[in-house]
Design a protein around this ligand. Structure first.
Ligand code: ADP
Ligand code: MG
Length: 250
């Protein structure tokens, strides 16, 4: 479904991604663990085409996205083409990034009406259906400030899902939440995974990773250090760096 090859990214000479290799099969859930500052968010932003890579490629369903090769040179696609490709990749951020002046339903509708040019009536119907999927149809008319953090994050998930993406990227979706609100968001994500969504989840939730993920990855220093099935990863890690990381989070 998604294939990342030799992805590189630097900020002002600071190399953050140093050749990331990554593959996610259709319906697979990949959990990404790793220390703060190691480049996990950068990797997701590049995959979501929110920022251009300096080198390497991202392929979705076999098709290269974000860049194209012209006269033997890799060039970034123009904004219009990026906007179209972005719809296939849903992204959920640590901070929910909802529009404060729009109610939950309008937040979910926005991508449909503004990007996909779908009629208001149909957009509302589909938004309501998605809010139902995250258990929030009864909060459709509430503004973000009237919703708990957990509810806001579920609206953000509905907003990404309504565009019918091929893959969903989650960047520490529960890190900004009060502990008692984490469960409701993880529950929605677990249901999504059970329904067959392809997912990459950057998280510190080790229990979630071991229960829901098909594969767990340790990301450190701008590269992927280890990838394995959860039992392998947590009980029998091959790399010293993984052992060290796990000794801090367990
Ligand atoms: P993580 O999500 O693993 O905590 P990030 O991808 O957020 O890591 O950041 C990795 C490194 O890249 C950090 O050193 C951070 O300061 C740097 N970085 C990230 N985004 C930018 C940016 N837009 N401009 C400059 N430096 C950045
Ligand atoms: Mg991050």
């Amino acid at each position: 479904m998604l294939q990342v090859s030799n992805l590189h990214k630097s900020y002002a000479g600071n190399e953050v991604l140093k050749g990331v290799e990554f593959e996610v099969r259709k319906g697979q859930v990949k959990a990404v663990l790793g220390p703060s500052g190691s480049g996990k968010s950068t990797m997701l932003r590049l995959m979501a085409l929110l920022e251009p890579a300096d080198g390497g490629s991202i392929r979705l369903r076999g098709e290269t996205i974000g860049t194209t090769v012209r006269n033997g040179r890799t060039v970034h696609l123009p904004e219009r083409a990026l906007a179209r490709q972005r719809q296939d990749i849903g992204m959920v951020f640590q901070r929910f990034n909802l529009f404060p002046h729009l109610d939950a339903c309008r937040n979910v509708m926005l991508g449909l009406t503004s990007v996909q040019r779908i009629s208001h009536r149909e957009a509302r119907e589909r938004a309501m259906e998605m809010l139902g999927r995250v258990g929030l149809d009864h909060r459709a008319g509430h503004y973000p400030s009237e919703l708990s953090g957990g509810q806001q994050q579920r609206v953000a998930i509905a907003r990404a899902l309504v565009l019918n993406p091929d893959v969903m990227l989650f960047d520490e979706p529960t890190s900004a939440l009060d502990p008692e609100l984490v469960g409701e968001v993880l529950e929605v994500m677990e249901k999504l995974a059970a329904d067959g969504m392809t997912m990459i989840v950057v998280t510190h939730e080790v229990r979630f990773a071991s229960r829901v993920a098909d594969e767990v990855t340790l990301f450190d220093g701008g590269v992927i250090v280890e990838q394995a099935a959860p039992e392998e990863f947590f009980n029998n890690p091959r790399h010293e760096r993984t052992r060290k990381f796990l000794s801090h989070v367990h």
